[in-house]
Design a protein around this ligand. Sequence first.
Ligand code: AMP
Length: 273
Amino acid sequence: MRVWADDARRAGRRIGFVPTMGFLHEGHLTLVREARSRCDACVVSIFVNPLQFGPGEDLDRYPRDEQGDKAKLEAEGVEVLYSPTGDSMYGAGFQTAVSVTEVTKGLCGAGRPGHFDGVTTVVAKLFNAVRPDEAVFGEKDYQQLATIRRLVVDLDLGIAIVGVPIVREADGLAMSSRNAYLSEDEREAALALSRSLSEARRALRSGERETAVLIDRVRAVLATEPLLQVEYTEIVDADSIQPVDRIDKSARLALAVHVGNTRLIDNTLLAAA
Ligand code: AMP
């Protein structure tokens, strides 16, 4: 990977990079198109990173489709698919972690201890292998995007981080590799996530700025689906990911919900008028 990237850079080509865990869908491919439109060469990585899964999470059953992914990336004109093995990433004696401390405390960080250290450590390693000029991430994982932005600034990595809006199914469900776990009933119930976000945007448009009230509205929509178990619903500052009491400047409403054994996340911008 390093040799190819050095050659490409020497040839004056700017490298765009899209890190993924595979089982690619239209959300991932939108990131790829963004990277291709901004840079001369596009590298996509597929690595299901054991470091970012906690005990009892879905590492062992995480969906995979190597051949399908390869075909999709070829059809998009991606030059390099980088899929390192677990052993090559974390050899014997591996013991180093990269940690972003504050942005990772709330939301998913609270319910998944160690998750973001796993993310930032693997992303630092992938960045070192690819040394991209730009890297593209989805707003679907909003706290992850904020964390990577912080990482790149704090460690002077000199990589432009590009965020891409959430890509949704026609009925509003945010695309996710984990949607493959959902039964028909669970998928139907999961539509309440995007509905609840729309409800909050509607309440904000009609003048409601108190986050406690907006969150009540969100929870009321989620409560209409007995199959859903809410992990968190929070409204946070878009950069620091700290909770806010009022929508005075643009904020992010984020939620995590369990549907059966599947954990889903979604979020939306709450733009101050
Ligand atoms: P994953 O394979 O789930 O680790 O995701 C790889 C990248 O794709 C991350 O930057 C995600 O935020 C992004 N991504 C996943 N789903 C979506 C989506 N529905 N819309 C936009 N980006 C997404």
